[in-house]
Design a protein around this ligand. Structure first.
Ligand code: SF4
Length: 86
């Protein structure tokens, strides 16, 4: 069936991970697996076997505006972003 999604960082599948100029973290305690983040940014997010959102290894291919839309669309505010330190 579906291939297992590959996280950007195997040790920290829900972040914090740096994608472009953003550092993304999904708070797994807040995530309810609603998947609206995937609808907004399908290359960046997937649901793992625990029904929690992870940041994919293809996240760099996602548009920044889609990443921010995913943050806005999460019903529980589980996705946190901050500017990466250059
Ligand atoms: S939209 Fe929020 S609650 Fe839903 S899967 Fe994504 S991070 Fe989790």
């Amino acid at each position: 069936m579906n291939d297992k999604p590959i996280p950007l960082d195997e040790k920290h599948p829900s972040g914090p991970v740096t994608v472009g100029d953003l550092v993304i973290t999904v708070d797994r305690d807040l995530c309810i697996g609603a998947a609206t983040c995937i609808a907004a940014a399908i290359k960046a997010f997937a649901i793992d076997e625990d029904q929690k959102s992870i940041v994919l290894n293809s996240a760099h291919e996602e548009k920044r505006e889609h990443l921010l839309e995913a943050v806005r669309s999460c019903p529980t505010g589980a996705i946190k972003v901050r500017e990466a330190v250059k």
